[in-house]
Design a protein around this ligand. Structure first.
Ligand SMILES: *Cc1c(COP(=O)(O)O)cnc(C)c1O
Length: 379
């Protein structure tokens, strides 16, 4: 028997004190008690997103906030640009289509990042685009984009920059206001050490001008409705109030650790996993590898669809395989959130044993030793 260990890029492990909070008796939400909680969570999320703008807490998975970022921002027939560098970029494009926007799709080779120069050229071609939608980390390919550089070029135009920070915020250095990101979207079940069920979104003043002038394309996920309620620390609909109460435990842990330390430790775990892969003769899929999630190429001769299954079923380590065109070609490991150095060593060890079981020549411990050397430097 093995302990179940979550290494897929969402949902990620949740600390015990947060889980226990979810077991406490239910309470009413139209109360001063709840308003205080939402006020605190808003402040904590402002810190984690590095913004002074209001952060709205939406009930739903990350895609609910993505939907709000399209439906409340781009009117029917207006133009938007969707950066499609993987599965989550496709979601921006699908949302635009659903809400009747005129979508310009920019197809970026999977595993590579769009560059600020490419964005600059795009905006020259499409000066009438209301917004450019991208990821901070494209989780399907484990690729990080240079949002600071992209924000610099978008900031010179009328177009808004909308960033899906779902595997970025809370894991990678991210400064919404300082960089000049117009809309940031986050989900609870990746770097924030929470179950799925809450999504967060913040908008710049430039974005609010557009939102206030746009007839909302959705009722439930209307940003105007959220703004109106938050003025009295309230939600427009019944909130997931038990999740809000529990979220404060996890955001409290992030604050206690220090946001910059959380980023640095996430990076060290990523460095350790990359060192392990190299020592095992494995290569990374991404040309711009993220520190929040790593995609390792399945080596020649190994059944790539079996690898994550063996890791989970024989060793308890749940990683994710590839999606669509990457099915059977990569395995993806999260190192965000409530994961420590010893969890990572267990995952590397399980990777070695699963590879050995599937016929790959492994010298047991080589990957673990390489990872441990990197992790020991941080202790
Ligand atoms: C997980 C994830 C999402 C959100 O997906 P949901 O299933 O709705 O939570 C969106 N974008 C990225 C980059 C993600 O990693």
């Amino acid at each position: 028997m093995f302990k179940p260990r979550l290494f897929a890029p969402g949902p990620t492990p949740v600390p015990e004190e947060t889980l226990l909070e979810l077991a406490r008796p239910m309470f009413h939400h139209r109360t001063a008690e709840y308003r205080k909680m939402l006020e605190q969570l808003t402040a904590d999320m402002q810190h984690i997103m590095q913004t002074k703008q209001a952060v709205f807490t939406i009930t739903g998975s990350g895609s609910a906030a993505m939907e709000a970022a399209v439906a409340s921002v781009v009117a029917r027939g207006e133009k938007m640009i969707a950066v499609r560098a993987g599965k989550f970029g496709e979601r921006w494009s699908d949302l635009g289509k659903t809400f009747g926007s005129s979508v310009v799709n920019v197809d970026v080779e999977w595993g590579t990042a769009i560059t600020p120069q490419e964005v600059e050229d795009l905006l020259k071609q499409h000066p009438d685009a209301v917004a450019l939608y991208t990821q901070h980390c494209e989780t399907s390919t484990a690729t990080v984009f240079d949002i600071e550089g992209i924000a610099k070029v978008v900031g010179k135009t009328k177009t808004l920059l909308v960033v899906d920070g779902i595997t970025g915020v809370g894991a990678l250095p991210f400064y919404m206001d300082k960089w000049g990101v117009d809309i940031t979207v986050v989900g609870s079940q990746k770097a924030l050490m929470l179950p799925a069920g809450l999504a967060f979104i913040a908008c710049s003043e430039k974005a609010w001008k557009q939102i206030d002038a746009t007839p909302p394309g959705a009722l439930y996920n209307s940003l105007r409705a959220y703004k109106k309620s938050l003025a009295t620390w309230d939600n427009p609909w019944t909130p997931a109030n038990a999740m809000v109460r529990a979220a404060l435990k996890s955001t409290g842990l992030i604050k206690a650790e220090g946001l910059e330390k959380v980023w640095a430790e996430t990076r060290r775990r990523a460095d350790a996993l990359r060192a392990a892969a190299k020592a095992l003769g494995l290569t990374l899929y991404s040309k711009s590898p993220s520190d929040s999630v790593t995609a390792i190429n399945v080596p020649e001769g190994v059944d790539g669809e079996a690898l994550p299954k063996v890791m989970a079923n024989s060793f308890g380590v749940r990683v994710a395989g590839g999606q669509s065109q990457l099915k059977g070609k990569i395995v993806r490991f999260s190192h965000m959130g409530y994961t420590d150095a010893f969890d990572l060593l267990a995952a590397v060890s399980a990777l070695e044993m699963a590879l050995g079981k599937l016929g790959y020549k492994v010298e047991y411990g080589v990957g673990v030793a390489a990872a441990q050397k990197v992790l020991a430097k941080g202790c």
